[in-house]
Design a protein around this ligand. Structure first.
Ligand SMILES: [Ca+2]
Length: 509
C-alpha cells in the first residue's frame, strides 16, 4: 500500500505555543518586510517571485505573495534555525489563495541538507477553499543526524498546482523538551506478550538511537520494515546508481538491536524511478534484466541480514486478475515467476513473499490470490508465503473472514504473514473527520484483541508466521490526510504522545 510521508499532528492536550520553555525561531507577520523568506530552488530563471503585499492580509496590513510559480514545489522557504537537529518544533501559519481551483492542498515541508545531498519531507498539509484563509499547524522533529548542515522549512502545493498564494503570521518554536513524547517504560513488552514475531514499519528518523521512537521499537517489536526507504525510487533513483544510505540505517539498527528485517518491496507498480519503464532498456528482455539486476543486487547485499522479502507487491486488481501494470504489459505474466526465481537464486534462505491488500475483505481478490499461488506452486515457482497487508477498519472485514482467509491460503502449504496491519477508525473513504472518543478507542481495542486471538490460534496451527503493524504512533500513520485531506486517523497501538492505547492493553492482557 502506498505510504505517504510521515505527517505529524498537533498535540491537542497542550497549548504548545504558550509554554515558557519554548524558544521562538521564526515569527513573521510581514508587517516589516520579507524577513528571511525567499523563493525555492536556485530559481535560475528568476521566474518564481515573492513580495510583501497589502492587497491581501491575515493580520495587520500585509502578507507575503508567492507568484509566477512554474513548478508545484516552488513556494516560500526560510532557514529553520542555526542548530535544528535533534529538536522538536511547533509551527503555525496562515495560507490563502484567490484564483484557481475550488480547493488547493497546501503542504508544509522540510528540506535537510547533508553531505549526501538534500532530503525532502512533507510534514503537514491542509486543504484550503478558494478565498478563505486557512491555518496549518502542528509539530515535527528534526532527527539527531550530525551530518545535517542546513534545515529549511517551506510551503508548497505539491499536487500539480502552481496557483499564486499568500502566507501570513508564520511562527515556529523549538519546543520545551518536557513537551516531547516519551516512550512509556513500565508497561509490558508487546513482543513478549504474543507468541509470534511482531513488527512495525518505520522511517529512517525513527531508528536514530536518540529518538523516543527507537526506544519504543526496541521495547515492543522484533521485526522492522521500512515504510518508504526500501522502495525502488529511493534505492535506485538512476539506473545502476544505488542510494543505500536510508536502507542501511534501518538494517544497521535492526542488526544492533537483534531485530529481524523485512524488505518491502522488490517489484511493484508504484513508487518506481522515472527511468525504469523507459528508454532502450524497457523492452521485454531489457525490463526483465532490470528486474533481475535489482532483485539480486539488493538481496546479495543484504543476505543474512534481511530474512523476508515482499518479492512482488500488489500484482492483483480488485477483480482478482493480474493488475495491468507496466511489468505485465512489457514482460508478460512470467514476470512473477522470474522475480521469485531470481530472488531464490540470490538468497536461498530468505523468505519470499507475495504481498497484497483487501485479501480478507474482497472475496474475488482472495480467490485470485489463491488461484495464482496454487498455479505458481504447481509450476515449482519458489513462493514461501502470502502477505496479507491488512489495512482494515474498525468494522470490516469480519474477524471470521480474516480467519477463513488465513486458513484458505495456508491450505496451499505455505505460510501467511500479516505485513501492514492498521485499523482505521473510519469505515469509508468519504466519512468526514471525527473526534477520537473513548468509545471509539474501546471498540478498536476489542476488535484488535479479537483479531489477535485469531492470529495466535493460526500461529499455533502453523499457518501464520508473523504480524507487522504499519507504524508505531498514530501521528505517523499514512492514514492521516488519506484519502480525505485534513482527516486525522488513529489506526495504531500508540498515540501521538507514544502512550499505549486501549488496543495495546487489550492485546497484551
Ligand atoms: Ca500580516
Amino acid at each position: 500500500m502506498k505510504q505517504f510521508l510521515a505527517i505529524v499532528m498537533a498535540l491537542v492536550t497542550v497549548p504548545v505555543f504558550a509554554q515558557a520553555g519554548n524558544v521562538t525561531v521564526i515569527d513573521t507577520n510581514f508587517e516589516n518586510g520579507i524577513a528571511g523568506w525567499g523563493p525555492r530552488g536556485d530559481n535560475r530563471q528568476g521566474l518564481e517571485k515573492l513580495e510583501v503585499t497589502t492587497a491581501v492580509k491575515h493580520s495587520g496590513s500585509s502578507s507575503l505573495r508567492v507568484f509566477n510559480r512554474t513548478h508545484e514545489w516552488q513556494g516560500a522557504t526560510c532557514k529553520l534555525a542555526a542548530n535544528a537537529v535533534g529538536d522538536m518544533f511547533g509551527m503555525e501559519a496562515w495560507l490563502y489563495y484567490k484564483d484557481g481551483p475550488a480547493k488547493v492542498t497546501f503542504v508544509f515541508s522540510t528540506q535537510k541538507t547533508s553531505a549526501q545531498g538534500q532530503a525532502y519531507q512533507n510534514v503537514l498539509q491542509v486543504q484550503a477553499n478558494k478565498g478563505e484563509w486557512v491555518q496549518i499547524k502542528g509539530e515535527f522533529t528534526i532527527a539527531k543526524d550530525p551530518t545535517i548542515t542546513d534545515v529549511q522549512v517551506y510551503f508548497e502545493t505539491p499536487k500539480n498546482d502552481t496557483v499564486e498564494f499568500y502566507i501570513d503570521d508564520i511562527k515556529f518554536v523549538k519546543l520545551d523538551p518536557s513537551l516531547r513524547p516519551k516512550a512509556e517504560v513500565n508497561i509490558p513488552n508487546l513482543r513478549d506478550k504474543v507468541p509470534f514475531d511482531i513488527g512495525a514499519a518505520v522511517s529512517v528518523d525513527d531508528v536514530d538511537f536518540s529518538s523516543e521512537w527507537a526506544q519504543l521499537l526496541m521495547k515492543h517489536f522484533s521485526i522492522i520494515v521500512a515504510g518508504n526507504e526500501m522502495k525502488r525510487d529511493t534505492v535506485e533513483p538512476s539506473e545502476g546508481k544505488y542510494n543505500w544510505i536510508p536502507a542501511d540505517k534501518i538494517v544497521d539498527f535492526a542488526m544492533n538491536t537483534g531485530m529481524r528485517v523485512r524488505w518491502h518491496p522488490l517489484v511493484w507498480h508504484s513508487q518506481n524511478p522515472d527511468w525504469l519503464f523507459k528508454g532502450a532498456g524497457a523492452t521485454k528482455a531489457g525490463l526483465d534484466q532490470r528486474m533481475k539486476t535489482y532483485i539480486q543486487t539488493v538481496m546479495r547485499k543484504y543476505r543474512g541480514d534481511v530474512d523476508s522479502y515482499d518479492v512482488v507487491n500488489e500484482v492483483l486488481d480488485e477483480n482478482g486478475r493480474l493488475r495491468n501494470s507496466e511489468w505485465l504489459k512489457i514482460i508478460g505474466t512470467e514476470y512473477i515467476d522470474n522475480a521469485f526465481r531470481y530472488a531464490r537464486e540470490a538468497d536461498p534462505k530468505a523468505q519470499l513473499v507475495i504481498n497484497d491488500y483487501n485479501l480478507a475483505s474482497n472475496p474475488r481478490k482472495r480467490q485470485g490470490m489463491y488461484d495464482l499461488v496454487k498455479d505458481l506452486k504447481a509450476r515449482g515457482v519458489p513462493v514461501d508465503a502470502i502477505g496479507m497487508q491488512m489495512h482494515i477498519d474498525i468494522r470490516n472485514p469480519s474477524v471470521s473472514a480474516i480467519k477463513e482467509t488465513i486458513e484458505l491460503f495456508a491450505s496451499l502449504g505455505i505460510k501467511v504473514l500479516v505485513t501492514e496491519m492498521d485499523m482505521s477508525i473510519y469505515t469509508s473513504d468519504t466519512e468526514s473527520k471525527k473526534t477520537v472518543t473513548t468509545t471509539i478507542l474501546q471498540e478498536q481495542a476489542t476488535r484488535y484483541r479479537a483479531i489477535f486471538d485469531v492470529f495466535k490460534e493460526e500461529y499455533q496451527k502453523k499457518n501464520l508466521d508473523a504480524v507487522v503493524i504499519w507504524g508505531t504512533s498514530d501521528n505517523l500513520s499514512w492514514k492521516n490526510d488519506f484519502p480525505v485531506p485534513g482527516r486525522t486517523d488513529a489506526p495504531l497501538l500508540f498515540d501521538s504522545k507514544l502512550k499505549r492505547k486501549p488496543a495495546f492493553d487489550a492485546i497484551v492482557k
